[in-house]
Design a protein. Structure first.
Length: 407
């Protein structure tokens, strides 16, 4: 079905929005929201109904919904002040008020062909249920490994604290993982001391992080794959790509750094490392602790109360205070500066411009030091991107373009 209104058309079969002959690219959730409002244009659609229809009843804040409505308005040339297409009814909901006409979908040959090898991620089949298995490292540590989706393999290196059971469903971390699993066989593992892996381990260091990645990959007999390194996992991914260049087809780095705080030659950085340790030691295990909330405000400064709470719950359920402290010390001692010029794998580096946990300069330095790396700044304050911000959309779009020839 094609709905036409004003100068726009929305094709439900092709999942396209056009202004005249120009295709407008939007995030899948924006498309779904616009389509739902158009299909129900005869009436006011309540906030609860929209959340149930678009978010499947998942808890989201009204600010998240308002942000998505704003994106829909921008897509069709409307605004909150003008409200010529979508009208807000305070405390009731929204109504699509522009005149709508319905037509049968055009034959595909009437549309210009798009330069895509596969359907966009929004129309790709939903990933199936993830499978969790276990492997053992050379020193006898049991690691949990999750695999989900199909297609080319993407491995996400473990970082800080992970939990392959919780992060798949968590509203902060889940949307990215689910998006990736639409196009790839996504492999994740919990590093030793965290998540479903052995929680009691004698030692944690950057070398054990690298050993865990090698053990997970070897246990699955993976030949060649895309490697995703986020935050502290970026350094692990870099070290692995240098050691095993024949296995890594492309390297994707987000929010990473080559030097931990203890290695940056700055008293301020040393003081910050000590402050983070104090926060972990003083507040871990209590989601309402001012220390815990302060600690994670560096990850998610713009998160809603619900988003921050869900993220904190997932994190404190995934590691003990003892091993949380060990992990903090390990990531603050990271130093892979000498490895950066040795990276031969095609690399893309993403970093939030106003990242409050890992400064933008750290990401810029990675990109400048890795030969021929592409650098993509993201307009955000968050270290963990939220799926309702434009920086998240830019991140996944640019990453998918970079990896297009892998699919």
């Amino acid at each position: 079905m094609i709905y036409t209104f004003d100068h726009y058309s929305l094709d439900t079969d092709r999942r396209e929005i056009r202004c005249g002959a120009t295709i407008i690219t939007v995030e899948p959730q924006v498309f779904d929201l616009l389509e739902y409002l158009i299909r129900n244009h005869e009436r006011v659609v309540s906030i609860d109904e929209l959340i149930e229809a678009i978010w499947n009843g998942r808890i989201v804040s009204e600010s998240t919904l308002s942000s998505r409505i704003s994106e829909v308005r921008q897509t069709v040339g409307d605004s909150g002040e003008r409200q010529g297409i979508i009208r807000t009814f305070p405390r009731k909901g929204y109504r699509f008020i522009a005149e709508v006409r319905k037509e049968q979908s055009l034959d595909h040959s009437t549309h210009p062909k798009q330069n895509t090898k596969e359907p966009p991620a929004s129309t790709a089949p939903l990933p199936g249920k993830q499978t969790v298995t276990f492997c053992r490292t050379e020193d006898g540590i049991s690691l949990a490994i999750a695999s989900v989706g199909s297609g080319p393999v993407m491995v996400r290196a473990a970082h800080w604290v992970t939990n392959v059971e919780y992060d798949w469903q968590n509203p902060v971390t889940g949307p990215l993982l689910q998006r990736l699993a639409r196009n790839f066989r996504l492999v994740r593992y919990d590093g030793r001391g965290t998540g479903l892996s052995d929680r009691t381990v004698p030692h944690l260091s950057f070398q054990t992080m690298l050993a865990d990645l090698e053990a997970a990959v070897d246990s699955l007999a993976l030949d060649r794959f895309v490697l995703l390194g986020m935050s502290a996992g970026a350094a692990t991914a870099i070290a692995y790509a240098v050691r095993h260049p024949h296995r890594v087809s492309k390297l994707v780095l987000y929010g990473g750094y080559a030097l931990g705080r203890n290695k940056r030659g700055s008293q301020q950085q040393l003081d910050e490392a000590k402050a983070f340790l104090t926060m972990v030691q003083s507040g871990w295990g209590d989601e309402n602790s001012v220390f815990t909330r302060s600690f994670y405000s560096f990850w998610l400064p713009t998160a809603s109360a619900e988003q921050l709470k869900s993220f904190i719950k997932y994190q404190i359920a995934s590691v003990s205070v003892e091993h949380g402290v060990k992990l903090r010390r390990a990531v603050d001692d990271i130093d892979v500066v000498d490895l950066l010029p040795k990276v031969a794998t095609p690399t893309i580096v993403f970093h939030s411009i106003r990242d409050t946990l890992v400064s933008f300069d750290q990401g810029r330095h990675l990109a400048a030091s890795i030969p021929r790396a592409k650098f993509v700044p993201l307009d955000s304050e968050n270290h963990a991107l939220l799926s309702d911000e434009s920086a998240w959309t830019k991140f996944v779009t640019e990453m998918e373009e970079f990896l297009a020839d892998e699919r």
